[in-house]
Design a protein around this ligand. Structure first.
Ligand SMILES: Nc1ncnc2c1ncn2[C@@H]1O[C@H](COP(=O)(O)OP(=O)(O)OP(=O)(O)O)[C@@H](O)[C@H]1O
Length: 321
């Protein structure tokens, strides 16, 4: 086991803005899943700085179509920031990323190919659940008849039919989460980004979400899944990426990562939790030569000061829109 030190744990208010996620410009309907060999998600050197603080640092990743990519990392590692760059909600400071071959700087080209469920579901409290989904369907240019059918099916699937006429203001956290998830999937996007999709859900609803993710990939859709629930990743992910202090410090099929930790510790019976603990202990600032499970030696720069950027340096998310 390594001697890496404990990681810094920085938090911030990451409320998303509904109109940025469901923008009328992002017209989309019946996206045809691209069956070419083009990656669904491809990023090279993806970097984000807030002021002088680098929170995502040169991330390279490739996600093949029809697979689940499990995105792990400690609180404050940069997962949400990475997802916001990949979903065009914030502009990279450096590096490039493509979704289904379209650059994330090409907002219209990308947004039609993706669905995103952020940590805070983008819903209007004053609408009913049904109205909210109709609104999303209109933004996504889904024909009314088709939208009605899809909405009815999803509401039924998530046990929301009887509550669909109630204002979202009166919904529980889990009900809001379900509406947010349906909104992300309604236009059947080729690539879906899910940030803690089972958050607040009861076991039955959480199981439905996991089943749905399996069905999405069966259908050729790609799922980029950020969660702290390792059993979900173990069950679903074809590839796991672990982000730590803004760097992708481990990546591979779960079984391979586990086998590597087994080998390193000369132990058996390691789990994904052991992988997580092994690669996220210590700090990037002090471990410029920590072992890299992807076979690279870290080229981590000197210590960031670890401070949260000042207000003036905060990205308000308006960039890249
Ligand atoms: N707009 C912003 N301005 C300044 N700093 C920010 C901003 N957004 C994020 N950060 C900082 O970037 C770092 C990464 O945050 P991010 O939300 O991406 O982490 P995370 O891995 O998603 O964390 P969690 O698991 O807790 O959700 C944190 O230190 C956070 O304080």
């Amino acid at each position: 086991m390594s001697d890496w030190e404990s990681t810094r744990q920085l938090k911030y208010d990451s409320n998303e803005q509904f109109d940025k996620l469901n923008d009328p410009l992002s017209s989309s309907i019946d996206q045809t899943v691209d069956d070419s060999s083009e990656p669904a998600i491809h990023a090279t050197g993806l970097t984000k700085q807030f002021g002088t603080t680098t929170v995502v640092d040169g991330v390279d990743l490739t996600v093949e179509p029809g697979t689940v990519y499990g995105f792990l990392g400690p609180n404050g590692a940069g997962k949400t920031t990475t997802m916001r760059m990949l979903t065009t909600l914030t502009a990279p400071t450096d590096g490039e990323a493509e979704i289904m071959g379209a650059s994330v700087t090409d907002r219209d080209g990308v947004r039609s190919n993706l669905g995103y469920l952020p940590e805070e579901p983008p819903v209007f409290d004053e609408l009913t659940g049904h109205e909210q989904l109709q609104y999303v369907a209109r933004l996504r240019d889904i024909p009314a008849d088709e939208a009605d059918d899809r909405i009815a099916d999803w509401l039924d699937r998530f046990d929301l039919t009887d509550d669909a006429g109630k204002r979202i203001d009166d919904y529980s956290k889990g009900m809001r989460q379900k509406i947010g998830l349906i909104g992300a999937l309604l236009h059947e996007p080729p690539v879906v980004f899910l940030d803690e999709p089972t958050s607040g859900l009861d076991p039955r609803a959480a199981r439905t979400v996991l089943d749905v993710i399996g069905e999405l990939t069966d259908n050729g859709q790609t799922v980029f899944l950020s969660t702290h629930i390792l059993s979900v990743v173990e069950e679903l992910a074809d590839t796991v990426g672990v982000l730590f202090d803004g760097e992708l410090v481990a990546e591979g099929p779960p079984a391979e990562l586990v086998a590597q930790v087994d080998a390193d510790s000369e132990d058996h019976g390691s789990t994904l939790e052991d992988v997580f603990l092994a690669v996220t202990t210590g700090s990037r600032a002090t471990d410029s030569h920590r072992p890299d499970p992807r076979g690279r030696e870290s080229t981590a720069p000197e210590a960031e000061n670890g401070e949260i950027a000042t207000e003036s340096a905060v990205d308000d998310g308006s960039t890249g829109q």
